[in-house]
Write a protein that binds this ligand. Structure first.
Ligand code: ZN
Ligand code: ZN
Length: 254
């Protein structure tokens, strides 16, 4: 499995970019940084966009991706994939003809730029198998496990403390990497708890639920204003599995 990290931050400032992971060149997980990071040739290879939840930092580039696809005369629709609830929220609140045109009707309902496809159980998307995992964040938020023939990864999406995510991680064979959110420093535990995110202190409690001590855990979605503080808190743990994800990093799992 090839993964290119297009963006992995939990906010916006120069040098920081919202979450998007490009997987095997045809699928993007979350739409925080697609059109600012991929040229037109690369955007035209995207067939599927998997969405963890409807917060703006995870969906905003759907607008520009659809705009570029339409204007380039692309003939095939891009599939936007998530739970029924999340897709309904995106259609109702983003592609509603007020915030952005309804790209599932443009240029025509028969030949749309975007198609919305809900995920239930496991689905096959090209060479990738994908399963959604309910996590503890906003309205109906999801994490995902993705497999190809040789490897698997698991991505938390935005989440507070959770159980099912770790149970699935423990059951997944050929698991090569865990991508786990951490958004606030431990001193902001109260904000993290209310907004349903993790801190270094809660990450440390969470990873005790994992039974495989050798799999790397890449932390991402740090709020830019607290990135240095979060990094120094995590580094103080001297925990071998915990690493920080960086934009532009490319993983090639075999
Ligand atoms: Zn977010
Ligand atoms: Zn969120």
């Amino acid at each position: 499995m090839k993964i290119k990290i297009l963006g992995c931050d939990g906010g916006s400032l120069p040098g920081f970019s919202s979450v998007s992971f490009l997987i095997n060149d045809h699928l993007v997980l979350d739409a925080g940084s697609i059109t600012t990071k991929l040229n037109m040739k690369e955007q035209l290879k995207i067939k599927h966009v998997l969405i963890t939840h409807s917060h703006l930092d995870h969906i905003k580039d759907l607008c520009y991706l659809a705009d570029n696809a339409f204007l380039s005369g692309r003939s095939s629709a891009i599939e936007i994939i998530s739970s029924e609830t999340i897709l309904t929220d995106i259609e109702k609140h983003l592609f509603n003809g007020i915030i952005w045109p309804d790209m599932s009707q443009i240029p025509s309902t028969k030949n749309p730029t975007l198609k919305f496809r809900s995920i239930k159980g496991e689905i096959q998307l090209g060479d990738l198998k994908v399963k959604a995992i309910p996590v503890a964040h906003s309205h109906a938020a999801l994490g995902y496990v993705l497999w190809d023939k040789k490897s698997a990864i698991i991505v938390s999406g935005d989440t507070g403390p959770t159980t099912e995510f770790w149970e699935i991680a423990n059951q997944t064979s050929n698991l090569k990497a865990i991508f786990l959110e951490v958004s606030f420093p431990s001193s902001l535990e109260d904000i993290a708890y209310k907004s349903r995110h993790l801190t270094p202190a809660t990450v440390l409690k969470e990873i005790r639920k994992l039974h495989t001590p050798h799999i790397p855990i890449y932390l991402y979605h740090l709020k830019p204003l607290y990135a240095k503080k979060i990094q120094s808190e995590v580094q103080a743990f001297k925990h071998k599995q915990l690493k920080f994800l960086k934009a532009s990093k490319i993983f090639q799992f075999k």
